[in-house]
Ligand binder design. Structure first.
Ligand SMILES: Cc1cc2nc3c(=O)[nH]c(=O)nc-3n(C[C@H](O)[C@H](O)[C@H](O)COP(=O)(O)OP(=O)(O)OC[C@H]3O[C@@H](n4cnc5c(N)ncnc54)[C@H](O)[C@@H]3O)c2cc1C
Length: 287
């Protein structure tokens, strides 16, 4: 199918964008990489009268370190992130996760901001943002808000983004020498959205692992953090026994949603298999 007819605007500044958003309200949609939006238009899932192409706005671009944060401009593409030495150094989890996102052609165009705004529960970037306890920076005509990831993702495809706001950037705490990361996912074919995946961010301390963060994709309506299991792994050495204990804990703590092709029980099983792989990789790195 073809997209319904729409008008197209390509503002050069945020002020111009906010003016268009205010004038057209719910009849307008922001266009970033278009890798999700254009597919939904072609399927006639939405029929906006105006697309506001934000790709000319320099304020939304770039990857920079600011203090102890890595700032990812909303328009940074999946590919720029995947290939960035700055990201590899300061947020290596993103470098691990990026190749799992769709195919190269989609990664060439799709953006970090678009993925965070769309908030697909099977997407990789929301889970990375959540496990790293990063922030989403949003702006409207009146100013800026900085929203912690745990407050940003509210429900299925539903975020804390308000009418008239757009995402300008995301901020991630930069990795220290004590941090270790792992990313695992399972998709039927490479490039498909994953059935289940997880990101792990662990910090080494005097007694072993001082901080453990685990976050799942494909397991709920938003990125899912198994808080009880995280705490179970903290302030002790990571060993084969503690990994066994973590898997046992996940089996009771995880409460996935089944979908058209996988039951909740299958997802729980896969989530535990992937957790064992990820935690074993952390163990091998920290040994
Ligand atoms: C075949 C296929 C496979 C895919 N597989 C995966 C996958 O495995 N993993 C994955 O994570 N993604 C996958 N995607 C989606 C892809 O990653 C998209 O690039 C991403 O979800 C949206 O980014 P975009 O820049 O293309 O956004 P767009 O499509 O331009 O926009 C998406 C939505 O976000 C809004 N938006 C965009 N930018 C902003 C902003 N700065 N502020 C506020 N709102 C904004 C738009 O208005 C729109 O509603 C796949 C896509 C396709 C077509």
């Amino acid at each position: 199918m073809k997209a319904p007819a729409f008008d197209y605007a390509r503002p050069a500044s945020l002020d111009e964008t906010f003016a268009l958003m205010a004038r057209h309200g719910d009849d307008a949609r922001l266009l970033a990489g278009g890798q999700t939006l254009l597919a939904t238009l072609n399927m006639r899932l939405s029929e906006p009268a105006l697309l506001i192409d934000i790709n000319r706005i320099d304020a939304l671009k770039g990857l920079t370190v600011e203090g102890d944060m890595l700032r990812i401009g909303a328009l940074a593409t999946h590919r720029q992130i995947e290939e960035s030495p700055l990201v590899a150094r300061h947020a290596p989890l993103l470098t691990m996760a990026a190749p799992h996102i769709a195919h190269r052609a989609i990664r060439n165009r799709g953006t970090f901001g678009g993925s965070i705004a769309y908030a697909d529960p099977a997407a990789e970037w929301p889970v990375c943002l959540a496990v790293l306890e990063g922030f989403v920076v949003v702006r409207d005509r009146d100013g800026e808000r900085r929203i912690a990831a745990k407050h940003f993702f509210i429900d299925l495809y539903t975020t804390d983004l308000r009418e008239g706001e757009l995402i300008t950037a995301c901020e991630l705490p930069i990795a220290t020498d004590a941090d270790v990361f792992a990313f695992e996912e399972l998709a039927r074919r490479h490039g498909d959205y994953a059935i289940v995946g997880l990101a792990v961010a662990a910090r080494r301390g005097a007694a072993g692992i001082s901080r453990m963060r685990i976050c799942y994709l494909g397991m709920g309506t938003v990125p899912v953090r198994p808080a009880h299991t995280e705490i179970l792994l903290e302030d002790k050495a990571l060993t084969a026994d503690t990994i066994d204990a973590a898997i046992a804990s996940l089996k009771t703590e995880l409460d996935p949603m089944g979908d058209l092709t996988n039951t909740a029980e299958t997802k729980r099983h896969l989530a535990c298999v992937l957790a064992r792989r990820a935690l074993t990789s952390v163990l091998e790195t920290t040994a």
